[in-house]
Ligand binder design. Structure first.
Ligand code: ADE
Ligand code: ZN
Length: 338
């Protein structure tokens, strides 16, 4: 069992299930679904994982998920994630999925959600990992398409805890989706949004003011705006930070330059997450280990990050207390051994 922050009990709050599609599974699903891939081998595919920015990653991400066709494919994808997550100390996961990326190529919404849901239930039963699904809208598609997706999701409302906003950020501000999010809130869903990953602090303000988000996904560029930092701190709005993702997508040139430590020093409710771990070099425990080392974080900071993950999660109060007690019992000194 790996020691330290890697295995500290934690919640993962920023994880795209399609971003857990490992190259080996891409090849296995391509074979099962009789599809030809434009790469001769797993290694050749993995060698293509060199990104210059968010868009260069998204191009590959959307192309690769074309191998996901059946309910069984989606179930196996999520089951594989839960196996990894468990090894890395995850006891609770709030999982994004991108329905439009599947319905646009002819896969039914029902196929996607039934497959994911069967894995959600199975992971609770097998591993005791609780999880929730967050449906993301692709912000580089129209608001009308997002609204139609919301309509499709309504019959599955009980399986979905909230809605989010992802895909290419620049040029697609949160304000574009104000009406869709208003409706989601009226349906009783929570809201979150990617903002301030590549986009400016103004997008984070919009996410807060117009989309009424409970959390900001990424949000690293918030530090450019002191008034925004004050707002996030005062209202204790959590940020779901994804350190290895930020380096792979060149938001920061090096992990040692990452501002996660500054966020904690500023009193922000920062959490550590993996985003698209199959593409970015590690799952959430790996992210903890990497930042601990690169930023020389104290054991107490690592425990704070794990604690924040439960505080920022959408679990009920009793469950949150149970997870925080689990964290307290997990000998914080283990965090010193990363
Ligand atoms: N979809 C999957 N990963 C993403 C990211 N890091 N930013 C925006 N959209 C995404
Ligand atoms: Zn993301």
């Amino acid at each position: 069992m790996p020691p330290g922050a890697f295995a500290l009990p934690k919640a993962e709050l920023h994880l795209h299930i399609e971003g857990t599609l490992e190259p080996e599974l891409i090849f296995a699903l391509a074979e099962r679904n009789r599809l030809t891939l434009p790469y001769p081998s797993v290694d050749a595919l993995r060698r293509a994982y060199e990104f210059t920015d968010l868009q260069s990653f998204l191009d590959l991400y959307y192309a690769a998920m074309n191998v996901l066709r059946t309910e069984r494919d989606f179930a196996e994808l999520a089951e594989a994630y839960f196996v990894r997550a468990r090894e890395q100390g995850v006891v609770h996961a709030e999982i994004f999925f991108d329905p439009q990326a599947h319905t646009a190529r002819g896969v039914a919404f029902e196929t996607v959600i039934d497959g994911l849901w069967s894995a959600v239930r199975e992971s609770e039963r097998r591993f005791g990992i609780s999880s929730k699904l967050i449906m993301c809208f692709l912000r580089d598609r129209s608001a009308e398409s997002a609204m139609a997706t919301l309509d499709q999701a309504l019959p599955y409302g009980e399986r979905i805890v909230g809605v989010g906003l992802d895909s290419a950020e620049l040029g697609h501000p949160p304000s574009k989706f104000a009406r869709v999010f208003e409706r989601a809130l009226a349906e009783g869903w929570k809201t979150v949004a990617h903002a301030g990953e590549e986009g400016p602090p103004a997008y984070v303000w919009e996410a807060l003011d117009l989309l009424k988000v409970s959390r900001v996904d990424h949000g690293v560029r918030s530090l450019e705006d002191p008034a925004l930092v004050a707002r996030l701190r005062d209202e204790r709005i959590p940020l779901t930070v994804c350190p290895l993702s930020n380096v792979k997508l060149r938001v920061f040139e090096d992990l040692r330059r990452h501002t996660l430590g500054t966020m904690l020093d500023e009193g922000l409710v920062a959490t550590v997450n993996s985003d698209d771990p199959a593409y970015f070099g590690g799952y959430v425990g790996d992210n903890f280990t990497a930042v601990a080392e690169a930023l020389d974080l104290a054991p107490s900071a690592l425990v704070t990050l794990a604690r924040n993950s439960f505080e920022a999660s959408f679990v009920d109060t009793a469950t949150r207390e149970r997870y925080l007690a689990l964290l307290d019992a997990a000998q914080p000194e283990r965090a010193a051994q990363v």
